[in-house]
Design a protein around this ligand. Structure first.
Ligand SMILES: Nc1nc2c(ncn2[C@@H]2O[C@H](COP(=O)(O)OP(=O)(O)O)[C@@H](O)[C@H]2O)c(=O)[nH]1
Ligand SMILES: [Mg+2]
Length: 304
């Protein structure tokens, strides 16, 4: 493992891919690796891109990659593949389209399979994001495939959540309202070359919460139009990414719970246990990183 971590620190892409495969397969070694890598995390800006299939998420990502590369920055794209064989074709399409960019040294593209449970994907995504963060990418773009609960779950890991809609998404908005709508920081109405984009924008403005500023951008991802102002907003958000201590302590608690829960799921199925309060407290304070905390709890459990 030491050797792997050394190669990783030397920015070896093959090692990066190997480590992501470990977490994708929920390999028992993941916990140890993440414990080591955690100190290097917290620098990257994670952009979550979600929205209905075919809305233009991948096309938009291609455009964002161009801007990132132009700015001499690095980016990793993490795409969660659907397990459904029916959408296999479109994923292949995604791969080919991204290939153009993927060969650039500042760009790394990786898809994550949805093998296993919903919680399983969420955990693997979470761990993969940590690995990409530790590797040192300026941006990590997370593309999901739909607007269901899994997407809402994983979007919580993003610093900026972009919901991609199209002019015809009016009806979808009603069904999506609970969940994705609330966590979106930026709305993109893509395919604005088609009629209805302005109506769609008005509909969105009607849903505006008084507590949150609403950012809406009209784009044509395929043609590369309207991306500039979206990119400017993203850059602004990356630069102003500041540490909110209260939120951080909540987030640490959340990370620890995630890790413990999935470890328990793996090891103990649904067995009940007590909450190990002192480790929780130390992690919330930031005195202990959540992976160390989880290991400590699991060791105690093994002794019992
Ligand atoms: N007319 C139009 N088509 C677009 C636009 N952006 C993407 N597309 C097309 O929409 C289809 C789905 O795009 P894709 O990026 O794969 O969507 P995803 O499933 O959300 O990732 C593709 O055929 C794209 O070429 C756009 O702005 N206008
Ligand atoms: Mg796509």
């Amino acid at each position: 493992m030491k050797n792997l971590l050394k190669k990783f620190a030397n920015k070896d892409r093959n090692t990066l891919s190997r480590l992501i495969t470990l977490v994708e397969n929920h390999d028992p070694a993941s916990l140890k690796i993440l414990t080591q890598l955690h100190k290097d995390t917290g620098q990257t800006h994670i952009i979550g891109i979600t929205g209905p299939p075919g809305a233009g998420k991948s096309s938009l990502i291609n455009q964002l990659i161009k801007h990132i590369v132009d700015h001499k920055m690095t980016v990793a794209v993490l795409a969660t593949d659907p397990s459904s064989p029916y959408t296999g074709g479109s994923i292949l399409g995604d791969r080919i389209r991204m290939q153009e960019q993927a060969s650039h040294e500042n760009v790394y593209v990786r898809s994550l399979s949805t093998r296993g449970s919903r919680g399983g994907l969420s955990r693997a995504t979470f761990d993969a994001l940590k690995i990409l963060d530790a590797f040192g990418f300026d941006f990590v773009i997370l593309e999901t495939v739909g607007v269901g609960q899994t997407e809402v779950d994983v979007m919580h890991f993003a610093d900026t959540v972009i919901l991609v809609l199209v002019p015809e998404s009016g009806d979808d908005i009603q069904t999506m309202k609970a969940g994705i709508m609330e966590i979106a920081d930026i709305f993109v109405i893509n395919k604005s070359d088609r009629p209805g984009a302005d109506t769609m924008k008005r509909n969105l403005l009607e849903l505006k919460s008084p507590y949150k500023e609403l950012f809406i951008y009209l784009t044509q991802a395929l043609q590369g139009k309207g991306i500039e102002s979206l990119w400017t907003e993203i850059l602004k958000r990356k630069k102003s990414q500041k540490i909110d201590t209260e939120n951080e302590s909540l987030q640490r608690r959340e990370e620890l719970s995630q890790i413990i829960l999935s470890e328990l799921e793996k090891k103990l199925h649904q067995e009940k246990t007590n909450p190990f309060r002192s480790v929780y407290k130390d992690v919330q304070k930031g005195a202990l990183n959540p992976y160390e905390g989880a290991v400590r709890i699991l060791k105690k459990m093994e002794k019992n």
